[in-house]
Design a protein around this ligand. Structure first.
Ligand code: GDP
Ligand code: MG
Length: 170
């Protein structure tokens, strides 16, 4: 098969969950304490190596606000992968993540590789969503689950690498 592939990837999730921060960490190795809200969507690209192949991710970082919801299908349609992000300190963001999973299951590409990222894992003292609950939900719904921290970089590259490994090869 082809050793070098491109893959469209979309980040979905509640506003404030840390989507833009995860992308900034992955693409530029940086973290900003006061990350500005995304307007509409933002595009990035980054290449990862898996075994002897490379995957160039074409990343759409969406806004998350309800007023932009109708735009979301433009970004997830045709996407090979999605990262659904919630904030482990915010139960409502986990509920919102489940809604995104439902929408992708109903409207998205059926072969889409989906990751559930419980972000802000550095804020353990403020945890509201148990890792076990999210892991169970992910298993039942065909996603893989990781807790991440854009702040400390914990598991950020790992989410993208795991997606790259799971993408159907050409
Ligand atoms: P988005 O709306 O999903 O794109 O979320 P942002 O990336 O804009 O992040 C929202 C806020 O959470 C910002 O103030 C970030 O600095 C903060 N944030 C994002 N990721 C983390 C994280 O892993 N840990 C902590 N402590 N804060 C984070
Ligand atoms: Mg954002």
């Amino acid at each position: 098969g082809n050793k070098n592939m491109n893959a469209k990837l979309v980040l979905l999730g509640d506003v404030g969950a840390g989507k833009s921060s995860l992308v900034l960490r992955f693409v530029k190795g940086q973290f900003i304490e006061f990350q500005e809200s995304t307007i509409g969507a933002a595009f990035f690209s980054q290449t990862v190596a898996v075994n002897d192949a490379t995957v160039k991710f074409e990343i759409w970082d969406t806004a998350g606000q309800e007023r932009y919801h109708s735009l979301a299908p433009m970004y997830y349609r045709g996407a090979a992968a999605a990262i659904i992000v919630y904030d482990i300190t915010n139960q409502a963001s986990f509920d919102r993540a489940k809604k995104w999973v439902q929408e992708l299951q109903a409207q998205g590409n059926p072969n889409m590789v989906m990751a559930l990222a419980g972000n802000k894992a550095d804020l353990l003292d403020e945890r509201k969503v148990a890792a076990e609950e999210a892991e169970t939900y992910a298993q039942e719904n065909g996603l893989f689950f990781m807790e991440t921290s854009a702040k400390t970089a914990s598991n950020v590259n790992d989410v993208f690498s795991e997606i790259a490994k799971r993408l159907p090869r050409l």
